[in-house]
Design a protein around this ligand. Sequence first.
Ligand SMILES: Cc1ncc(COP(=O)(O)O)c(C=O)c1O
Length: 410
Amino acid sequence: MTDHPTPPSLPHAVRSTPWHTDTALAHLGRTSATAALSVNPPLVRASTTVFPTLAEFKDSYRGTVFEAPRYGRSGTSTQFELQAAMAQLCGAQSCIALPSGLAAIAAVLGAHARPGGQILVQEGVYGPAQVLCDQVLAPLQCRIDYFDSVDSLRELWTDQACLVFIEVPSSLTMRMLDAAAVSEFAASRGVPVACDSTWGTPLFFDAHALGIALSIHAATKYINGHSDVVLGLVTGSYEALASTRAWCDRQGSHVSADACALVLRGMRTLGLRMPRHHASALAVAAWLQAQPQIERVLFPALPSDPGHALWRRQFSGAPGPFTVELAPCSEAAFEAFINALQLFGLGTSWGGFESLVMPAIAHHLRALPVQPDAGRLVRLHIGLEAPGDLCDDLAAALAHIGHGAGPSSP
Ligand SMILES: Cc1ncc(COP(=O)(O)O)c(C=O)c1O
């Protein structure tokens, strides 16, 4: 099935608890359940919070916004439970929930941007984040520079640097970047690094241990895992999160209690789902690599990938999305391939229980030229289906491209 036999190892323990990760996932975020005599924390929807005494009302404005009841917009106990669970899972002091993963990226970037400042952005980050940089932040006179290596980060650095934003591996192109080296360099100049850690999840990627100050997760993907919620989470120390928290407060950011309850429910099974995504993605990627219609597979978990050694150092597993470059084919054959897939839904998301396919057509969203791709790039998300069924489905669809696919092995 694959020449990478190492099973994914989950982090042994959640640092702020004495528990193994699996135990923590079952027990975190349930503080308010006890009073409700229920297993799960109550779903508290509120636009208005009422206080028994004036002293408690006043106290609510002394505490940290988005961490305790104040006014409906700043959250209810359901949101605080999710944030506390996520912070503990990530070994962070604090967490803020935002309406989407992109809103979380926008809040972090927006909170650090300033006229005359410089934000250094890794080439290949999630396309809409790049659009935000180019079309919203740059016109506000915040300089945006794109880098693709630690060396180019050093070269582009100016005294006005106020934030470094990375995503590992980069969206679609799946390029690895040494997150620890980036963090070390930025920290030596007193500048925080924010990282889109959605791909690795807290289970496969310990962002804060690598020195990343602000770790951003589109909980829409694996943390929820069921393709029915959009939500973002940012973790970090209170100090690192202070400007983002203030930005969210000023912007009127709000997330629904229902979304938080669903994400908390999805999180309970993260420890079961991620090793399965890892094993299936590796099996399908290795099978695809051997097919004549596939030029190459961009997936750092494959030993043939240029980022493999770095991935092994900085990740403990690989989840389901990766990119394949098809051998050059006609538009009609490409369309026939996509349309023939039965088990892969045609959609732009990933991280749910189901497999997905998406033509990677985002070149115009990228600042620097991406790798040459004479063939077409396709992003696959490998869900929780049996990998053999997925390979059979891919084999039948690849036959539309010609050359005849080999037998499915897993
Ligand atoms: C790597 C990455 N980060 C962030 C996002 C944005 O998440 P959301 O859809 O919750 O805004 C996505 C969405 O696809 C993504 O792929």
